[in-house]
Design a protein around this ligand. Structure first.
Ligand code: PLP
Length: 392
């Protein structure tokens, strides 16, 4: 037996472990310090009542012989796929419901989709970005090239005609930078992908946080994307499903490579390796699209975006260079006075008892930057920003 030696090529991920250790050490040494965590990417508001009510009803159905359900469809129940289809139609995107596959979250999909793509493909990954894209490709031994996201391009890298890639990860709104591609910018990526016969893996996990109606919430708003892009979505941040687990993956039927529809391969992959998301969870997810559910979810997103505004305004008042925060729950700021990401982490922890995430944990170009998130409570966010004002 031999192991997959590609795993040995992974860099140890110390980011969240080191943050946890440093915070614990500091708290031990300073037991009275009221530490505020603005570093986590997890939500803090609970599931909304429309979702929990739907789940309770589903639990009751599962407990009655007449309505009990066993294995569900691999691709998800039609009621949820149809609700997602209607939601796409509201964005002007016409999909068939059987082009949408319900999953247990976006993390799994951005990694699992690689099962149907050759290990020979060259993968293009923005730097900095959600680290799962890189690590999952290293595990498969693929060649990875990076495209630089920097302050100069407002953390929205565009294709370079001189670089060939077969698979392209795009994340908009971006984690960690909070930047969001425009239609025109996404159109450049779609044109590149079509020219190179590449595949875009578009991670739309934060699309619900986009406030500006002129910005695209789906790559399929760009003409031609249905033939070159898979889109991955999630209920995690939109509706507080980080622990409940539900997402989706769109594999359009017109997406064909080497004369084979990727839809056919993905269906085969899912039916072989995945037995679906629980009926109860899918009922909860579908409730997000009811009138009541949509209103309640909007209230949660508005609360988080209110926090983002408070953070962004504080950064602006103090003359910090920052990105994001207006259409995303992430604020990406440049560390002052040439500090490294970790130096700034230590400074904020020790002098303001605020915990953020060092940008260097998201890629080489993240060095010298720092991520704050809007997922804390309103009171903690206000308090953290008051401390920030006092510090600067
Ligand atoms: N994609 C991005 C860009 C993320 O930041 C995250 C979580 O932080 C995920 C996907 C994971 O989403 P899920 O909870 O649906 O697996």
């Amino acid at each position: 037996m031999k192991i997959n030696r590609n795993f040995l090529n992974l860099k140890d991920s110390y980011l969240f472990a080191t943050i946890g250790q440093k915070v614990n050490d500091y708290q031990k040494a300073n037991p009275d310090a009221a530490i505020i965590r603005l570093g986590i990417g997890d939500v803090t508001l609970p599931l909304c009542p429309a979702v929990t009510e739907a789940m309770k009803e589903a639990v009751a159905e599962m407990g009655a012989r007449e309505t009990f359900r066993g294995y569900g469809p691999y691709e998800g129940y039609a009621f949820l796929r149809e609700a997602l289809c209607v939601s796409y139609a509201q964005k002007g995107v016409k999909l068939q419901s059987d082009e949408i596959f319900v999953s247990d979250g976006a993390k799994c999909d951005v990694a699992n989709i690689l099962d149907i793509l050759s290990g020979d493909n060259v993968v293009l990954i923005p730097d900095p970005v959600y680290p799962v894209y890189l690590d999952t490709n290293i595990m498969d031994g693929r060649t990875v090239v990076f495209c630089d996201a920097t302050a100069a391009n407002e953390f929205l890298p565009l294709p370079d005609a001189g670089t060939h890639a077969d698979i392209i990860y795009l994340c908009s709104p971006n984690n960690p930078t909070g930047s969001v591609y425009t239609h025109a910018q996404l159109a450049q990526w779609v044109a590149y992908a079509r020219e190179h016969e590449a595949l875009i893996l578009f991670d739309a996990a934060y699309e619900a946080f986009i406030q500006d109606p002129s910005l695209p919430r789906s790559i399929y708003e760009v003409p031609g994307a249905l033939e070159c892009a898979v889109e991955i979505g999630s209920f995690s941040k939109t509706a507080g499903f980080t622990g409940t687990r539900c997402g989706w993956c769109v594999v359009p039927k017109g997406l064909i490579r080497e004369d084979v529809p990727l839809h056919q391969l993905w269906m085969r992959r899912q039916s072989t390796k995945f037995n679906g998301v629980s009926y109860i969870v899918q009922r909860g997810a579908a409730a997000v699209f009811t009138e009541e559910g949509a209103r309640q979810i909007r209230g949660h997103i508005d609360m988080y975006m209110g926090n983002a505004k408070i953070i962004a305004q504080t950064m602006a008042v103090h003359g910090f260079a920052y990105f994001g925060g207006d259409n995303s729950p992430y604020i990406w700021l440049q560390c002052p006075a040439g500090m490294t990401s970790w130096q700034y982490f230590d400074r904020l922890l020790e002098q303001a008892n605020i915990v953020g995430t060092p940008g260097s944990g998201f890629g080489a170009n993240g060095e010298g930057f720092f991520r704050l998130t809007a997922f804390g409570s309103h009171a903690n966010t206000v308090e953290a920003m008051e401390r920030f004002q006092t510090l600067f």
